[in-house]
Design a protein around this ligand. Structure first.
Ligand code: NAD
Length: 331
């Protein structure tokens, strides 16, 4: 299979390195990125490079594209790739406008190409295990899900301004995780948000802390706790409580040593951020993408999954603005 990659910033580099090292039967035909830094990086790897994404789309050899460029390019890039008959892996989110996402999904659907969205956490070994145990009925009917998702530090204000906000940029992973673990749709969203970390985030029109309650169609619930700054590192935990028991996934640590001293017992801080914490998930999601193409199977994360998570994010925004629970039917 021949692929093209658009954008080799933080996440694009992860996917490119994974493909080069772990997928010998995948050829990286072309990498496109307008930046000089990217050009130097790609040339160092002896790969073909272009400053223009159109060169990937126009390349007849390319079977699939991996879109890792900034969010505001995703919708156009996905449409162009679909028109050219190329399968697509696109980083989240597809776009910040619901109307535009629906337009893109319609277009992709009619083109017949496969589209996978980059909700990588579904492929994390901790959460995969919990998902499979919930699905096999180990804890009976799941009733309450709790997700803790806190970053080690906020992104630059320039990023905050174009990110779509905490719900669309950060919590969207947690909204997808909630749907994935509970395996049902969200009916209602009630969110509270605040600026507790950095006033500049508030000045930029966003929040940096949030508590969101999701009520699923059958009355079961999830609670999601987000912060842009946890001083002890990347805090990614999950707990599902069911009629027959409870399942939980703790943080991952670089090692499991413990130091016993006069002031207590101490260990390492959690792995610092997504690039370290979710290494395996990025590898697994690429594997799933390539396998779905080779086996002509359904993509494990669809464009519709992206749409549903986005609707929850939009409902959470409205909930804060209007200080009320918001039904997903309103979105
Ligand atoms: N799934 C995840 O865990 C995860 C993590 C980080 C980012 N993301 C998503 O990935 C996307 C990229 O984020 P990032 O943090 O890697 O950003 P980044 O700024 O580090 O990298 C973006 C890259 O895209 C390049 N680029 C800009 N315009 C382009 C164009 N027209 N064509 C091709 N390349 C272009 C930039 O030069 C840069 O190299 C965002 O949509 C973000 O939401 C997902």
């Amino acid at each position: 299979m021949e692929i093209g990659i658009a954008g080799v910033g933080r996440i694009g580099k992860i996917h490119l390195e994974n493909i080069l090292q772990r997928f010998p039967d995948i050829d990286v035909t072309l990498v496109a990125d307008p930046s000089e830094e990217a050009a130097a990086y790609v040339h160092e790897k002896n790969l073909n490079f272009s400053y223009n994404y159109e060169d990937i789309v126009g390349n007849k050899e390319v079977d699939a594209v991996i879109v890792c460029s900034p969010t505001n390019t995703h919708a156009d890039f996905v449409i162009d790739a679909a028109k050219a008959g190329k399968h697509i892996f696109c980083e989240k989110p597809l776009d910040l406008s619901l109307g535009r996402v629906k337009e893109v999904l319609d277009m992709v659907h009619h083109s017949g190409v496969k589209l996978m969205l980059g909700f990588n956490r579904r492929f994390d070994p901790n959460f995969l295990k919990i998902k499979s145990m919930v699905s096999s009925g180990k804890i009976g009917d799941p009733q309450i899900l709790k997700i803790t998702s806190r970053d080690p530090g906020p992104p630059p204000i320039s990023y905050v301004k174009v990110s779509g906000g905490l719900f669309m940029d950060m919590a969207i992973h947690d909204f997808d995780m909630a749907r994935y673990i509970m395996n049902k749709e969200v009916a209602e969203v009630y969110a509270k948000g605040a600026v507790l970390v950095d006033k500049a985030i508030g000045d930029a029109g966003d929040i940096d802390s949030a508590l969101t309650t999701l009520v699923f169609e059958d009355g079961t619930m999830a609670n999601i706790d987000n912060s842009r700054k946890a001083v002890y590192g990347y805090d990614q935990r999950l707990e599902v409580f069911g009629a027959e028991g409870m399942l939980k996934a703790d943080n991952n640590f670089p090692d499991n040593h413990q130091y016993y001293g006069t002031e207590g017992i101490h260990g390492s801080l959690p792995l610092n951020f997504f690039l370290e914490r979710y290494t395996t998930s990025y590898l697994n999601e690429m594997d799933a993408f390539f396998k779905a193409i080779k086996n002509n199977a359904e993509m494990p994360v669809s464009g519709d999954d992206g749409l549903e998570a986005m609707k929850i994010a939009l409902a959470a925004k409205i909930s804060i603005r209007e200080n009320r629970p918001v039904s997903l039917n309103e979105i």
